[in-house]
Ligand binder design. Structure first.
Ligand code: PXP
Length: 250
């Protein structure tokens, strides 16, 4: 065990976007993402994550209002840096906002934000969110320059994109894991809280949990898919077990 870092438990943020994806496939009210959030809360989730996309393809405005009204754990509001999303965030004041890049045609959030190129655009959004009492996270790739820029721009924390690690196989996955490891260590050296997320599943979560600096994972698609077979509570319990196992192995 490292003698530099305290062995803290990793928080699990459950992303319920894809409950809304299934609901929207029929245009009705079922399945209800709030019900999933309350079940996740009951099953031990430490937070709920929801991404209100510009095209409202899954979570809708009323979902955010209902989540804020009914859950007792923090809501992490994923948003693009737009005036519309900023106004919605400020009106609801979630515990945190995670700024993500958003392209209309993408199936999911494909890569991290470019903090260096987008510095002047992003800065006022970060300041406005923080002035409203919302802690700001930036979703970035595990890139030293982007991490450094995230610190300089004044983010409270960053979430490192785990998609490239999850998608890689064999030696390439090992290399991506090393990238996450050195990225997380660099965040800690800058006193920047570091989270991870995107594409994590039972096969890939444990090794990331062994990286001591990570203190929160945000996981959605796999958990909601697995819930079809074993129920959301069981899927969360197994993810929690693997996260704790990875963390205990440090
Ligand atoms: N973190 C961020 C910033 C994301 O954009 C997403 C996807 O919406 C996730 C975590 C969760 O990814 P997944 O649904 O693949 O687990």
């Amino acid at each position: 065990m490292s003698n530099k870092m305290p062995l803290h438990k990793i928080r699990l943020g459950v992303n319920i976007d894809h409950v809304a994806t299934v609901r929207n496939a029929r245009g009705g009210v079922e399945p209800d993402p709030l019900r999933a959030a309350l079940l996740a809360q009951e099953a031990g989730a430490d937070g709920i994550t929801a991404h209100l996309r510009e095209d409202r393809r899954h979570i809708k405005d009323e979902d955010i209002a209902r989540l804020m009204a009914h859950i007792n754990i923090p809501l992490n509001f994923e948003m693009a840096a737009t005036d519309e999303m900023l106004a919605i965030a400020i009106s609801h004041k979630p515990a945190s906002a995670c700024i993500v890049p958003e392209k209309r045609q993408e199936l999911t959030t494909e890569g991290g934000l470019d903090i260096i190129g987008g510095y002047d655009h992003l800065k006022p959004y970060i300041v406005a969110l923080q002035e409203a009492g919302i802690s700001v996270s930036l979703f970035i790739d595990a890139d030293v320059r982007q991490i450094k820029a995230s610190k300089e721009i004044g983010a409270d924390k960053v979430e490192l994109h785990t998609g490239a690690y999850v998608d890689a196989l064999g030696e390439k996955r090992v290399n991506q894991l090393e990238r996450l490891r050195s990225g997380a260590a660099y965040c800690a050296s800058l006193d920047l809280e570091v989270h991870a997320g995107h594409g994590l599943n039972y096969q890939t979560v444990e090794a990331v949990a062994e990286i001591p600096e990570f203190c929160e994972f945000n996981i959605g698609h796999f958990l909601i898919g697995e819930a079809i077979f074993v129920g959301l509570d069981q899927a969360i319990a197994e993810m929690r077990r693997l996260m704790d196992k990875g963390r205990a192995a440090i």
